[in-house]
Design a binder for this molecule. Structure first.
Ligand code: AMP
Length: 215
């Protein structure tokens, strides 16, 4: 089963994708994670995208479609979770084609709805474990005082994303509304869209997504 988690930055896509990886053995394809890895490795492509990402703008369709193309031939019986991809209509069309070439298709699109004020509050309070990707929040789930990640136990790995600041966030939200939100109508028309409330407790959201997958 192949699904897209669709939603603005801070909607909780990464957290939910990781849960599906752990519980269902699905494979998470996060273009944001791939781009950050390229940036950290200092590759040519990483250098090209670094500035764009820091500003909160979208990198080109060509680059992200190329990243997804490279991953789709991974042997994987449980399906892919597309997290942060597609973000434009051109990427959505490319995804349909890429899956078709692999003899696959998309089964569901889950839109995680969260209001803008909650997004800003979430993102500016967010930190992540660099070891395993566990997400923390200064208000609702602070980093453990012993400095060790509660999920993987690694010490001193907490990081804040360079683009998790109010300035970049404004651009990221604008990009979402201008370029990504048309995908809601696109997948609705294809009868693939299910909307869920992304603001509930993590377990509630997990249950809502499971209901879509098990339908
Ligand atoms: P994310 O981790 O999904 O919030 O992505 C972080 C940043 O990477 C975004 O703000 C964009 O600059 C870039 N990015 C990630 N995925 C895409 C995509 N599908 N299309 C264009 N840019 C992307």
């Amino acid at each position: 089963m192949n699904i897209i988690l669709l939603g603005p930055p801070g909607a909780g896509k990464g957290t939910q994708a990781r849960h599906l990886v752990e519980t269902r053995g699905m494979v998470q394809l996060s273009t944001g994670d791939m781009l950050r890895a390229a940036k950290d490795s200092g590759s040519e492509m990483g250098k090209v995208v670094a500035d764009v990402m820091a500003r909160g703008a979208l990198v080109t369709d060509e680059i992200v479609i190329g990243l997804i193309r490279e991953q789709l031939n991974t042997v994987n019986a449980k399906g892919f979770i597309f997290d942060g991809f597609p973000r434009t209509l051109a990427q959505a069309d490319a995804l349909t084609e890429l899956l078709k070439n692999e003899g696959e298709s998309l089964d569901a699109v889950v839109e995680m709805e969260v209001d803008d004020e909650a997004l800003v509050a979430r993102i500016t309070a967010r930190s992540t474990c660099g070891g395993c990707g566990e997400v923390y929040n200064d208000n609702t789930k602070p980093e453990p005082v012993d400095g060790k990640c509660s999920n993987c136990g690694e010490a001193g790995k907490f990081q804040r994303r360079a683009d998790d600041n109010e300035e970049s966030l404004k651009t990221r939200l604008m990009e979402y509304y201008k370029k990504t939100s048309p995908l809601i109508g696109y997948y609705y028309a294809k009868e693939m869209l299910t909307r869920i409330d992304g603001l509930g407790a993590i377990e509630k959201v997990q249950g809502d997504i499971a209901a879509v997958l098990d339908k």
